[in-house]
Design a protein around this ligand. Structure first.
Ligand code: DPP
Ligand code: ZN
Length: 862
């Protein structure tokens, strides 16, 4: 498959001012008549040929200006049509079989309904079209189909007309007044019901909002609707963005590759991010629904009104929109905890990507298959990069920058460069050097050292950006770091400064506020970097207990744990490390100034994936490899030490939390710490943990408590395990999203037989490889279970490779997502690395690999 380069971008020679689509809908046969008004694009190199993208479709007929023509030709999947004049009307008829569309790209069938997914390149599976985001067109769509099967017909924009055909079929016409690229097209036909609620915008526009679901799911849609209304209000207040149609539809679909899709006026969502009630969804699920509803809504401005010029600019809409949804959730639920959650995600998903064979800048330079670039780098690091601009400008000036961006580029297909320039001009920043964040991959490492000089402190910061594939040499980046200098002797905290590191090495001087200084740096995680500081253990303990920045407290505890665990896993002595951690924990458990939501965060040890990253490349020679087995063992030992060392405090915390009612404002925090107490009990006293967890399960009046208990039970060899797993299954049988949880918590469990259990689950009658949620619920969970995935004999690697080979012909986009866990082989100890590499090679040798999987596997072996 060819490589596409960012530098090769050329404007399309033709414009398509209007697109009329007529759909005759059927599950097995849908006929599409597309009528395109085309005219020459004065801003492009002229051409007498019109290239329309296709993918697996054939034209039944082609007419130009009303005349049937046959001088067109197929060039691979595309249709190329000679056109001599300046403006023409092109009509093309295609026929497709939605029921055979297992890729879930384009128009497909799900549970008897029809729906679409067009981003990035799915529209070309419906009809021939210039399927690229810089071709904007105004769409009119007519749908017709059997009324009983498809009583509801939805499309982008507003309803224009509808009627009956008198033969059992009916039709509807929709018109979207806003020009859009083809990837934002959507259509839904099915037997659906809506939870509806109006929203009145700041200027008084009444917007009808609907959450469309299957009848049996209607009772679980209130949270989604409320989240939508909150998002609409927040975007007006925070970014000055108002909604621009009379209708906002969201449809929940159970077969979906992504989380959700921001199609203009007609979002299509994975059911996972719509349905939630107390009995079936955890607190985390509620947050995820709120966050994804907000994300897709915010795309209406950052993505739809201003879209991307080409797919290399994906972070223009995704990075910015992730930042917007993060800020929204911070405002809804509290800044400190949300920030820790977001950093945890970045470290779990993006840091390993940046350190591995799939590393790429947030604005990639090339790709074979764009679906492979919907990554944590483009999304989450992209958000961090814009967050840094915001930190440097301050909120008010940043808002001036985003106002200018929306004003300047409304209605356009823009680039990352356009965004940066608007922020420069609007916020008054010079981002010349800062632009390196768009072009250089890899997580920068910042070293911190200091010396006390009189009543001041000189802090030396140096940076190093590691080599990444295709980028051997790096230039110094702009790294804004919020910092403060505390006094350990006085137990006082210093004032906050912002140090902006721009050179390879730089000295910053600040006054001292007391003796025994301890530096608190990258407070609030202002920069997505790895800080390397040689802090004495006492200093970390001090920061963990006293820092006035909640993120810095969390970070100090994490660092204490990382230092100890990496040393222990490397067979080095970590004299007193365990005792220090037990004491730091005790302080967290006893700290009356913390609420339980924050306490719960502080109680979470760094993940094994994060520890692999910390271990790989560390050590005196910098060539150390991660040893998953040793890390797992060391982490379990530490959990046991904390569990027994703080047993009394943990019990007391559990008892206190158990008294808090579900609806109490402190309820979420209480549920979070209960789950953590069970985790430590399982490591230190499994019999007691089994009893506690079974009791929690039996008494639970909500999914958070039930799942938290079952998660722990699933890892234990106790009779309670089987009983409660069976109970859970019986209770929720037929509820796909909850049965997904049932698969996931077994695949993630610490049970020694987890591999055999996952193999058995793959044979379970409820398992199907055709539903992406179900596949991920079992196998993505398993790939994230280090003990199972990294089993010494390679059985875990083999299982994932087998899955990739089996899934690739069915759904390549989802299959390719499973490659990256195997791709980390270079940072793992040699025995396991060889096994991982052998599985990648086995995949590479398979015939007819999809472009998606081929690209990921070949990059991983390079
Ligand atoms: N639907 C995906 C998202 O919102 C891709 N645009 O991020
Ligand atoms: Zn998005």
């Amino acid at each position: 498959p060819p490589v596409i380069h960012r530098e090769d971008y050329r404007p399309f020679p033709w414009r398509v001012p209007t697109t009329d689509l007529a759909f005759e809908l059927g599950i097995e046969k849908t006929r599409i008549t597309a009528t395109l008004a085309v005219e020459r694009n004065p801003d492009a190199e002229p051409s007498d040929r019109l290239r329309l993208n296709g993918d697996g479709i054939t034209a039944q007929s082609v007419t130009v200006d009303g005349e049937a023509v046959n001088d067109w030709e197929m060039d691979g999947p595309d249709l190329v049509l000679p056109l001599a004049g300046d403006a023409h009307t092109v009509e093309i008829v295609t026929e497709i079989d939605p029921s055979a569309n297992t890729q879930l790209m384009g128009l497909y069938a799900s549970n008897g309904m029809l729906c679409t997914q067009c981003e990035a390149e799915g529209f070309r599976r419906i009809t021939f079209f210039p399927d690229r985001p810089d071709v904007l067109s105004t769409y009119r769509v007519r749908m017709s189909g059997p009324k009983e099967q498809f009583p509801i017909l939805l499309c982008n924009g507003n309803r224009a007309a509808e009627g009956e055909n008198g033969d059992g079929t009916h039709w509807a016409e929709w018109h979207d007044p806003w020009p859009k690229p083809s990837y934002l097209f959507a259509l839904v036909a099915g037997d659906l019901v809506a939870n509806s609620g109006d929203f009145t915008t700041v200027s008084g526009r009444r917007v009808e909002c609907n959450i469309w679901v299957r009848r049996e799911d209607l009772a679980r849609t209130d949270h989604a609707l409320e989240s939508l209304h909150r998002s609409m209000r927040w975007d007006e207040e925070t970014f000055g963005r108002e909604y621009d149609l009379d209708l906002y539809n969201i449809v929940a679909v159970s077969d979906f590759n992504m989380g959700a899709m921001e199609n203009k006026g007609l979002n299509v969502f994975n059911t996972k991010y719509v349905l939630a009630d107390k009995d079936t969804a955890t607190d985390g699920d509620f947050d995820a629904v709120e966050g994804v509803i907000a994300h897709e809504y915010f795309h209406n401005w950052s993505g739809n009104r201003i879209t991307c010029r080409d797919w290399f600019q994906l972070s223009l809409k995704e990075g910015f929109t992730v930042l917007r949804d993060q800020l929204f959730s911070q405002d809804m639920r509290g800044e400190a905890v949300k920030r820790i959650e977001d950093v945890r995600i970045l470290r779990a998903a993006q840091f390993p990507e940046d350190a591995g064979p799939l590393a790429h800048p947030i604005r990639p330079d090339s790709y074979r298959e764009i679906s492979n670039f919907y990554t944590a780098t483009v999304y989450n690091k992209g958000a961090e990069v814009i967050r840094m601009m915001r930190s440097m400008a301050g909120e008010e000036r940043f808002r001036k920058g985003t106002d200018l961006y929306f004003e300047r580029h409304d209605g356009e297909a823009a680039t990352c460069e356009d965004f940066v320039r608007a922020i420069e001009d609007g916020a008054g920043l010079d981002l010349t050097q800062f632009r390196l964040w768009y072009s250089q991959a890899g997580t920068p490492r910042v070293r911190v050292s200091h010396e006390v000089a009189g009543d001041g402190i000189r802090i030396t910061l140096s940076q190093q950006v590691p080599a990444t594939p295709g980028q051997a040499k790096k230039q110094p980046m702009v790294i804004p770091l919020r910092l403060a200098v505390h006094s350990k002797a006085n137990e006082t905290t210093g004032t906050e400064h912002i140090a902006v590191l721009t050179e390879a090495e730089q000295v910053f001087e600040y006054p001292l506020t007391g003796p025994d200084p301890v530096i608190s740096i990258n407070r609030g995680f202002t920069a997505p970097v790895i800080v390397e500081r040689e802090l004495a253990r006492d200093d970390l303990v001090f920061l963990a207990a006293h820092d006035d920045d909640p993120f810095a407290r969390y970070e100090a505890l994490q660092e204490l744990a990382v230092d100890h665990l990496v040393a222990a896993a490397s067979g080095e002595t970590s004299e007193g490390g365990e005792a220090a951690l037990v004491e730091a924990f005790r302080a967290i458990l006893a700290d009356g100034t913390l609420d339980d939501a924050m306490r719960g965060e502080l109680m979470m040890l760094p993940s094994e994936t994060y520890l692999f990253e910390a271990m790989a490349g560390s050590g005196a020679t910098g060539t150390r490899k991660a040893d998953p087995g040793a890390i797992h063992a060391a982490r379990e030992r530490l959990k046991a030490a904390i569990g027994s060392g703080c047993a009394e405090e943990l019990d007391a915390l559990y008892d206190r939390a158990e008294e808090v009612a579900f609806d109490d404002p402190a309820g979420r925090g209480a549920r979070k710490v209960k789950a953590q107490v069970l985790v430590y009990a399982a490591a230190s006293d499994p019999a007691k943990a089994a009893e506690m967890a079974a009791r929690q399960y039996d008494r639970a009046d909500n999914m958070t408590d039930r799942q938290g208990a079952l998660m722990v039970l699933a890892g234990l060899e106790a009779p309670e395990r089987e009983e409660r797993l069976a109970d859970f299954y019986d209770r929720y049988r037929g509820n796909d999203l909850v049965i997904d949880k049932w698969f996931t918590l077994q695949a993630l469990s610490l049970h020694p037989q987890v591999i055999a259990q996952v193999e058995a689950l793959a044979q379970h009658r409820d398992f199907t490889i055709r539903n992406p949620n179900r596949v991920r619920s079992l196998y993505m969970a398993f790939a994230g279970n280090p003990q199972g995935f990294h089993a010494q004999d390679g059985a875990g690697y083999r299982m994932i490779a087998d899955l990739i080979l089996k899934l690739d012909p069915i759904n390549p986009q989802t299959a390719a997502r499973f490659v990256s866990p195997l791709g980390r082989w270079r940072r793992i100890e040699p025995k396991r690395a060889a096994l991982m590499k052998a599985e990648l090679e086995r995949i590479a040798e398979a015939d007819n690999l999809s472009r998606d999987t081929y690209e990921q596997v070949s990059r991983s072996l390079d």
